[in-house]
Design a protein around this ligand. Sequence first.
Ligand SMILES: [Zn+2]
Length: 352
Amino acid sequence: MRSLQLRADLLYVIVLGPGFGESILVRVPPASWLVVDSFRRQADAAVPTLQWLAHFNVQEAAVAVTHPHLDHVEGLPEVLRQVRSGPLGCSARVVADLVPPADAEAIYREGAKRAALMAVRDRWEAEPARKWELVAGSTQSIGDAQLTVLYPTEDALERPHASPNRLASPFWIEWHSFRALLGSDLDHAGWVEIAPGSPALRSHHVYKVAHHGSKSNQHHEVVTGNPPRAWAVTPWMRGGHVLPRLEDDEGIDRLLEDNSEGAVTCLPLDARRRQAVWRTRAQALAELRGEDILGSFAREDPTPAEQEGGWMALGFDRDGLLQHRQEGPSAVVITRNSPAMKKKPRRKTKDH
Ligand SMILES: [Zn+2]
């Protein structure tokens, strides 16, 4: 983090993801900020979003909670103590659904989520001018950049939903000729509603990959973007489920169809053992039995501290050209090693 010097003229997308949890910072020149989501680092309970904001002395920013999952909301109350002004975005339905937990176990389980949503509700009540309802089509100025909320639609908000990912809010950012798509964790059904009516979505310069690179959440009309573009994935792991997967036909494989290189901020982290699920390229390949797509590891055998330094910063000029790229010590660049040999004919699937 301390090694990152922001160039004054570039728009930066900084993706934080040290193993479990995701947050994105966008700096629009000269000094306007967007903060998307927040999380707590598992090893020491620190809130990396907060550390980065303090490092850049950010006290005013647009802050948005894309959906109430633990890996996207933990630590938000601390972030809101640092960021004292600027729009505060969340789905009004998510805030309205805040009900007292049923029992002690629910309090334990839901505690961090509740604390985050209550912090939003309290700010909305105390400072109504900051209230920013995340609903499809709503816009927000971040300096001279324009953010558009892509989801949920009013219709979607009316329907009952099982998972917060069903109502997650991806963002579209325009700044001069630069375009960014921040995919949040929106699930496939949501992309099906968005993508067919928005062909321009595939023309972007950077994509924060939806839902940790999961296969089902990569909509064909979004991920087959115009190359070249940069993409970044944050990992996720819970109860033996690991994202991203690297095998054939999984999300990363799809992303590589049009773009031969991207990055994962860090490999998925086993919190109990405080180490990556796969610590080396050889382990990953042996475990996954996938095709040989892993590229360079920033560290071949990262220490826990390095492992938790999962971030990637991408700086773009007004034309959308990537002018500055820097990664944390645990980032893994992913490439298709032999594009000519490995490139497969495009599958004609309508539903992904
Ligand atoms: Zn997530």
